[in-house]
Design a protein around this ligand. Structure first.
Ligand code: RIB
Length: 293
């Protein structure tokens, strides 16, 4: 079981020739609206991998479109509240011709989590799987503290990266997920090399270079599958959600890493974040083709 205290965003996505420079006004080459939010992307990855999931989250009264998308992708709305005084979180995303992105987020309802949301989701699941969170919601410290009280390991995606927040949580995190830039920033802040960051499990996603996983002084390397990327938005979220789901369902680390690499390879060949995440069947047949081809 994965209990994900996760952000929900409406992603407004603009295709651009290049990223705008300071002071530059740019026409977009295309616009789309997608379901996103690092938290929801990770939840969809868990659900697509057929992992057990509770998504705890919040939207505003303008969030019906997002709720319909979430339900349509197989995630229960039971622990998602609708707030009357906050807008749904959203992201303004520019995608350039290489599929690279630049993202600005507005927290909205994601910043209005309450203690009762934590209590209601954990009270019947003590000791049952992982608590997952990212840095797009409020109450991170309370969520981590409650997870410890309910005897559940914590996986934390330190994105958007904030050194102070990571430092305040790190002693209680069991699995830390970062990308290469975040890993370097954290190493610098702590003054230690990557492999000495003090967590028992560290996942570093490296984009086209795959991923590295460190567990109790052991290192596992996962290569990326080569694909033509159209949109890399949510690729790291796809990797983490897929990996955690497979890990939680009892796969070996090598199997979980390979599944996650395949899921994110497929995801970047499609537009959008959450809706681009492949099903378990799609990942299985992709792996079969790549291994036999
Ligand atoms: O990681 C990608 C996500 O970051 C997007 O879906 C956007 O909503 C932002 O939260």
């Amino acid at each position: 079981m994965i209990i994900n205290f996760g952000s929900i965003n409406i992603d407004h996505v603009y295709q651009v020739d290049h990223m705008p420079k300071p002071g530059e006004t740019l026409f977009s080459k295309g616009y789309d609206k997608f379901l996103g939010g690092k938290g929801m992307n990770q939840s969809i990855a868990v659900a697509q991998a057929r992992g057990k999931l509770i998504h705890v989250g919040a939207v505003g009264t303008d969030g019906q479109w997002a709720l319909d998308e979430i339900r349509g992708l197989g995630v229960s709305l039971d622990h998602i509240i609708t707030l009357s005084d906050k807008p749904t979180g959203h992201a303004i995303i520019s995608i350039d011709r290489k599929g690279e992105n630049q993202i600005v987020i507005e927290g909205g309802a994601n910043q209005s989590f309450t203690s009762s949301m934590i209590e209601n989701s954990l009270k019947n699941n003590s000791g049952n799987g992982w608590v997952l969170l990212q840095n797009e919601t409020n109450l991170a410290r309370e969520i981590v503290q409650a997870a410890k009280e309910y005897n559940m390991p914590v996986a934390y995606a330190a994105a958007p990266f904030d050194a102070e927040t990571v430092l305040s949580l790190i002693s209680k995190i069991d699995l830390l997920a970062v990308n290469q830039g975040e890993a370097e920033a954290l190493s610098r802040t702590l003054g230690v090399p990557l492999e000495e960051i003090p967590v028992s499990q560290l996942l570093v996603t490296l984009g086209q270079d795959g991923a590295r996983f460190y567990k109790n002084n052991e290192r596992f390397d996962q290569k990326a599958f080569q694909v033509e990327a159209k949109d890399t938005t949510g690729a790291g979220d796809t990797f983490l959600g897929s990996f955690l789901a497979m890990h939680d369902m009892g796969c070996t680390l090598a199997e979980a890493l390979e599944y996650a690499a395949a899921a994110s390879a497929i995801q970047v060949t499609r537009h959008g974040a959450a809706t681009a995440i492949p099903s378990r069947e799609e990942v299985t047949s992709f792996l079969h083709e790549r291994k036999s081809g």
